[in-house]
Design a protein around this ligand. Structure first.
Ligand SMILES: Cc1cc2nc3c(=O)[nH]c(=O)nc-3n(C[C@H](O)[C@H](O)[C@H](O)COP(=O)(O)OP(=O)(O)OC[C@H]3O[C@@H](n4cnc5c(N)ncnc54)[C@H](O)[C@@H]3O)c2cc1C
Length: 391
């Protein structure tokens, strides 16, 4: 659909039809809003990604009515950390994760949005957003709410007065696919001086390999030398095993915005601040934010004039929920990045986990929402500290 044949007013206009924008569109449509999404690209939209969705994200996708079985995804049972000295693994305490090609995920989100009656304008750049309207593909669309979902390097959030996101550390991500049957239902994270290699099963016959590194010149072939077994599995499988598409690169960053709402404009997904990809949480966060935003719009909207004066606090509920949803993944990201830059500390921490795998399992449970920080408790922290001193 192009904007010229779209009606020129909707309840919710969403700039960006990536995972965050589409999830927000579906959640808003589920609450009875008329919704339009405009994206500069055309589906299925691909992106450099580890392609793992944490259990909380899978749960939200279910609530959004996204057809997971149609995606041909792989079930993920937990996380395994490996380094040159050994490995430690833990299962998700609640639910399972999903490994799925970005293009398949995007296709499923688009299909669900279409079924919900969301108007989708592909190949349409959003040029400007303001309170109550957006300019896209040369047309002006009037709307009650504007949602800015244009990704990590969002230009629209600056235009809307949110200011630049405070980025703490930027790293590089390179992704490729290999047509080999997954050898484990766990996401494997290989740690070395170079950063991390993520191995995520994405179907019964394919894995996604993502390299996360601070070094823009690092290459998978080189860093694999530190892990001969993995190298043999990937490179030994021969050229035929390499996926059919080009490798993709991207930037990952830990970033934060002071506010994610301003009047009736809200920011969502990577545009609203991000945790480093090391957390594997970006998609899950975006999906949770989508529900929170739709709830806040529904709570704020009913009795207010559609295009009239702003109630100052209309989307406050989203601001609070966003902070709550993002807090722990951000902290986890910081913790993991601490290990990334300090090999000696990492070796000691991994040796504690290897001796006491239940501590690693508790940490994973905390990370995936299986337990709260209070449940982790002082006893676990003291045990960890004590063992670390002795490691
Ligand atoms: C290397 C790497 C590995 C990762 N691994 C994982 C992982 O395993 N699991 C996980 O959960 N997360 C992972 N992430 C994070 C995850 O990819 C992001 O959190 C997620 O893509 C955010 O979705 P989004 O919709 O906010 O942004 P995006 O996916 O970037 O989508 C933004 C959309 O906005 C559109 N757009 C931009 N500007 C405009 C404009 N002016 N007008 C119209 N459209 C516009 C773009 O075309 C794009 O479609 C990883 C990230 C990286 C870089």
């Amino acid at each position: 659909m192009s904007l010229s044949n779209a009606s020129d007013s909707v309840d919710v206009f969403i700039a960006g039809g990536g995972p965050a924008g589409l999830a927000a569109a579906i959640a808003a449509a589920q609450r009875g809003f008329s919704v339009m999404v405009a994206d500069a690209a055309r589906p299925p939209i691909d992106k450099a990604c580890g392609e793992g969705i944490m259990p909380e994200g899978v749960e939200v996708l279910g609530a959004l009515g996204v057809e997971l079985s149609a995606m041909g995804a792989a079930r993920l049972e937990g996380i395994c950390f490996l380094d040159a000295a050994g490995e430690v693994r833990a299962s998700f305490p609640r639910g399972t994760g999903l490994g799925v090609r970005r293009t398949a995920l995007h296709g499923a989100l688009v299909a669900r949005a279409e079924r919900m009656g969301v108007r989708l304008a592909w190949g349409t750049r959003v040029e400007a957003i303001r309170q109550g309207e957006a300019v896209a593909g040369g047309s002006t669309v009037r709307c009650r709410f504007v949602v800015c979902a244009d990704g990590l390097n969002s230009s629209l959030r600056q235009m809307a007065g949110f200011g630049p996101a405070k980025a703490r550390r930027r790293r590089f991500g390179f992704r490729s696919h290999y047509r080999v049957p997954p050898w484990s239902p766990y996401v494997e994270v290989y740690w070395g001086e170079f950063g991390q290699i993520y191995i995520t099963p994405v179907s019964t016959g394919e894995i996604c390999v993502a390299l996360l590194t601070s070094n823009p010149h690092a290459r998978l072939e080189t860093v694999l030398l530190a892990f001969p077994c993995l190298r043999e599995r990937l490179l030994g499988a021969g050229e035929d095993a390499r996926g059919d598409e080009r490798r993709m690169g991207g930037i990952t960053a830990t970033s934060r915005l002071r506010a994610v709402t301003s009047g009736r404009i809200a920011v969502i997904g990577d545009a609203s601040g991000s945790a480093d990809a090391i957390t594997g949480d970006g998609l899950s966060l975006a999906f949770q934010q989508a529900i929170a935003l739709a709830d806040a719009m529904a709570a704020g909207a009913p009795n207010k004039p559609v295009f009239g004066l702003l109630g100052r606090d209309e989307l406050d509920g989203y601001q609070r929920a966003h902070e709550r949803i993002s807090r722990l993944p951000r902290a986890m990201g910081e913790l993991l990045l601490l290990l990334d830059g300090r090999p000696r500390l990492r070796r000691r921490v991994f040796s504690v986990f290897a001796q006491s795998p239940e501590l690693f399992a508790r940490l994973l449970a905390l990370h995936t929402g299986g337990i709260s920080p209070l449940d982790l408790g002082a006893v676990d922290c003291l045990r960890f500290g004590w063992k670390l001193l002795g490691a």
